[in-house]
Design a protein around this ligand. Structure first.
Ligand code: NAP
Length: 212
């Protein structure tokens, strides 16, 4: 059993991860500023900004998963908060998994990342902040931090919740597409992939993409 701290554990990504990790018997702590609308049995809910609670809840964790989104009053603040979470995780010996965006992937080996091209206006700010979070890990993460940066599928998101199938593929920084050229993933299946990675660490200081 691992102690898993989910930063943003009441959000779209975080709540599925909290549910999956708890169902698999892990000791789960969820951090969010608002009370959860629904509580998963056995999960410890810490209510307060990660900037204040992280220092208290990260010590003793085996894994920290950062699932904040750069929206609302978090716009422009993601990298600063993630940089602190990375530092605290390194200090306490926790693995650190940071969820970013599809736009940090490349369409083909060696090609520019989607974030370097024409990202639609409605996603641009989020894509660029997610990408800045990746660059922070690659360039500035403490040397002893065991990090993984995760890009979900292009059509991943609360607008397309999908189902729990148990199927997923893990790629590198080149985007995965299915036989129809689509890039999709449900939050329940991303949660399975994340808990699998926590239970059997397969990637270290790496950027991975997860999709069907
Ligand atoms: N296709 C894609 O590439 C794609 C699509 C969707 C999402 N994503 C990425 O996945 C990640 C998660 O997105 P999401 O849609 O799951 O997010 P979300 O539903 O907006 O959830 C964010 C969570 O973080 C919490 N939170 C926000 N600021 C906080 C703070 N300062 N301290 C503590 N908790 C805080 C929120 O609760 P409170 O507001 O109550 O604090 C909520 O629980 C983001 O990086 C996003 O860019 C990628």
């Amino acid at each position: 059993m691992a102690k898993i701290v989910v930063i943003g554990g009441t959000g779209y990504t975080g709540s599925h991860l909290v549910r999956e990790a708890a169902a698999r018997g892990h000791d789960v702590v969820s951090v969010s500023r608002s009370e959860p609308q629904e509580r998963v049995h056995g999960v410890q809910y810490e209510v307060g900004p990660a900037e204040q609670t992280a220092e208290r809840v990260i010590p003793g964790a085996d894994a920290v998963v950062a699932t904040l989104s750069p929206r609302g009053d978090m716009a422009g603040r993601l990298v600063e908060v993630y940089s602190d979470l990375a530092r605290l995780s390194a200090q306490t010996g926790a693995r650190y998994l940071q969820i970013g965006g599809f736009s940090s992937l490349r369409p083909a080996p060696g090609a520019p990342r989607f974030a370097e091209g024409d990202v639609p206006e409605e996603y641009r700010q989020e894509a660029l902040e997610g990408e800045a979070g990746r660059v922070m890990l690659v360039e500035d993460a403490p040397e002893d931090l065991d990090w993984v940066f995760v890009s979900p599928a292009g059509a991943y998101g609360a607008f397309a919740p999908g189902e729990r199938t148990g199927a997923y593929r893990v790629g590198d920084e080149v985007a995965l597409f299915d036989a129809d050229g689509a890039s999709t993933l449900s939050a329940a299946d991303l949660a399975i992939a994340l808990v699998d990675e926590i239970e059997k660490p397969a990637h270290h200081r790496q950027h991975i993409g997860i999709a069907y």
